[in-house]
Design a protein around this ligand. Structure first.
Ligand code: UGA
Length: 432
C-alpha cells in the first residue's frame, strides 16, 4: 500500500498527532493533517504551535511544505489511503476511556478496502475488534504510541520498539505502516490487534506501578532512615529491574498514566476481573501528592495564613501540560488548610491560571519565594537548580524547603541554611 514516499493522513493534531505528522514529514512523506478545531488548524497553517514541546515548532516550520492542515475529511480521504487516528480518548466519570472522538472518525470513513485506519489513540483492548465488526472491509492496524511529552520528537525518531497489530485481511496495511517506521531502527513487534492494544495499556500501567512502588519504598525509608535515591540506585543496577522510572516524588500526573491505569482497571472490571494491584497503584499516587502537607506542618505548625511558594506547576518539566498535575491537588489541599499559595512555572503558569484562580502567579522564582514561609519544589525545571538559594533564603520569611522531586542537592541547601526535606530521604536530624 505505501510507497517509498507515502501520503499519510493524520486525524487529530494534539500532542501525538502533531508529533506524528511533523516527524513523518521530516522523514520525507507528504502529510495531510485534520483537526475539527478550526482555530487550531488556522494557527498551525501559520506555523504556530500552541503546545510547548521542545523542537516541535522548529521541525514543523522546516517541513511546512510537506504538511497540509485541513478540517475536511473528504480532502483527507481524497489525498491518502493510510489514516493515522490520533484523537484523544479522555477519561469519563466512570474511569473508562471516552471513545466518542474515535467513533466519530470511524463513522466518517467509507466502507471500502481502499483506505486503512491506523489507530494511534490509546484505546481499550477490544476497540479494534468492535470497529471491524462495524466496518468489516476497512483494513485496521493498531499502532500505539509510546512517546513522552517533553522528549516526544526524540522518542518518535528513536523508538525502543514499534508495535504493529493487525488481524487477517489487514496485513497489507500493517506492512505499509511497517515500511513507514523501518528507517527509525526500533524493533518492530508485529502482532494481533488485541495484543497491540494491551501492550500499550500494560506498558503505561507497569511504569505507573514502578513509580507507586518506589514512592511506597520512599515512605518506608522515611520511617527507617534509609535514602530512597540510594535504594533506587542500588535496585536499578539489576538488569531485571532497570533504573528508569524509579524516581520517588509527589506522584505521577499527565494525560496518560492516570487515565490509562484507570482505563485498564475498568476494562478488567467490565470483563469480570478485579485488578487489585492497580487499585493500590492509584491510591498510593493520590496519597503521595498529599504527604507534602504533613511535612510542611512539621516545620510550620498550622498552615493558616502561611504563604507557601510552589516552584513548578506542569506535571513534569519541558511541557506546559497541566492535566492531572500534582500541583492541582497540592494547591487545593494547601488552600484547604488555610494557606496562601503563590506559584511560578516558566511555561505552564498562563494556562494554569484558569485552573488555579486563587493561586497568585509569580513572574519569577525569586518573586514567588520572597516573603514565603516555605517553598515546595513541584516540577523539576532545570532553572530551579541554578537559583541563588542563599539570596532566596534571605528573602523568605522562614527557610523551609520541601523538594517534591528529590531534585536539589540536599547538602548545598542545608549549607545555605534551609530546613530541607525531600521524599524518602533522611532529614538532617536523623543524621544523613
Ligand atoms: C507516558 C509514557 O512514559 C509514554 O511512554 C507514553 O507514550 C505516554 O505516557 C502516553 O501514553 O502517551 P508522559 O505522560 O508524557 O509519557 O510522561 P512520563 O515521562 O512518563 O511521566 C509521567 C509522570 O510520571 C510525570 O508526572 C513524572 O513526573 C512521573 N514520574 C516519572 C515519576 O514520578 N517518577 C519517575 O521515575 C518517572
Amino acid at each position: 500500500m505505501a510507497t517509498e514516499r507515502e501520503q499519510v493522513g493524520v486525524v487529530g493534531v494534539g500532542w501525538v498527532g502533531l508529533v506524528t505528522a511533523t516527524c513523518f514529514a521530516e522523514l520525507g512523506h507528504g502529510i495531510i493533517a485534520l483537526d475539527v478545531n478550526e482555530e487550531k488548524v488556522e494557527s498551525l497553517r501559520r506555523g504556530e504551535v500552541t503546545i510547548h514541546e521542545p523542537g516541535l515548532s522548529e521541525l514543523l516550520v522546516k517541513n511546512a511544505e510537506r504538511i497540509t492542515f485541513t478540517t475536511s475529511m473528504d480532502e483527507v480521504l481524497d489525498a491518502t489511503r493510510l489514516l493515522f487516528c490520533c484523537v484523544d480518548t479522555p477519561p469519563t466519570y466512570s474511569g473508562d476511556a471516552d471513545l466518542s472522538r474515535v467513533r466519530s472518525v470511524v463513522q466518517q470513513l467509507p466502507e471500502d478496502s481502499e483506505h486503512a485506519l491506523v489507530m494511534k489513540s490509546t484505546v481499550p483492548s477490544g476497540t479494534g475488534a468492535s470497529i471491524r465488526r462495524d466496518k468489516p472491509d476497512l483494513p485496521y492496524v493498531s499502532c500505539p504510541e509510546f512517546l513522552k511529552e517533553g522528549s516526544a520528537i526524540e522518542d518518535f525518531m528513536h523508538p525502543d520498539r514499534v508495535v504493529i497489530g493487525a488481524d487477517a485481511g489487514s496485513e497489507d496495511a500493517a506492512s505499509a505502516v511497517e515500511r513507514l517506521y523501518e528507517p527509525l531502527g526500533g524493533e518492530i513487534v508485529r502482532t494481533d490487534v488485541a495484543s497491540a492494544e494491551m501492550i500499550k495499556l500494560a506498558s503505561n500501567a507497569f511504569l505507573a506501578t514502578k513509580i507507586s512502588f518506589i514512592n511506597e519504598i520512599a515512605n518506608v525509608c522515611e520511617q527507617t532512615g534509609a535514602d530512597v535515591t540510594e535504594v533506587a540506585r542500588g535496585m536499578g543496577l539489576d538488569d531485571r529491574i532497570g533504573a528508569s522510572f524509579l524516581r520517588a516524588g509527589i506522584g505521577y500526573g499527565g494525560s496518560c498514566f492516570p487515565k490509562d491505569v484507570s482505563a485498564l482497571k475498568q476494562l478488567a472490571g467490565n470483563s469480570g476481573y478485579h485488578f487489585q494491584l492497580l487499585n493500590a497503584v492509584i491510591e498510593v499516587n493520590e496519597l503521595q501528592k498529599r504527604r507534602v502537607i504533613s511535612k510542611l506542618e512539621k516545620h510550620l505548625g498550622s498552615l493558616v495564613d502561611k504563604r507557601i511558594a510552589l516552584l513548578g506547576l506542569a506535571f513534569k518539566p519541558d511541557t506546559d501540560d497541566m492535566r492531572e498535575a500534582s500541583s492541582l491537588v497540592l494547591s487545593a489541599r494547601l488552600q484547604g488548610e488555610g494557606a496562601k499559595v503563590v506559584a511560578y512555572d516558566p511555561v505552564a503558569a498562563e494556562g494554569a491560571s484558569s485552573m488555579l484562580p486563587d493561586v497568585e502567579m509569580a513572574t519569577s522564582p525569586e518573586s514567588a519565594l520572597s516573603g514565603a514561609d516555605a517553598v515546595v519544589l513541584v516540577t523539576e525545571w532545570p532553572e530551579f537548580a541554578e537559583l541563588d538559594w542563599v539570596a532566596a533564603r534571605d528573602s523568605m520569611a522562614s527557610a523551609v524547603l520541601i523538594d517534591g522531586r528529590n531534585y536539589l542537592d540536599a547538602e548545598t541547601l542545608r549549607a545555605a541554611g534551609f530546613a530541607y526535606e525531600g521524599i524518602g530521604r533522611p532529614d538532617a536530624q536523623n543524621g544523613a
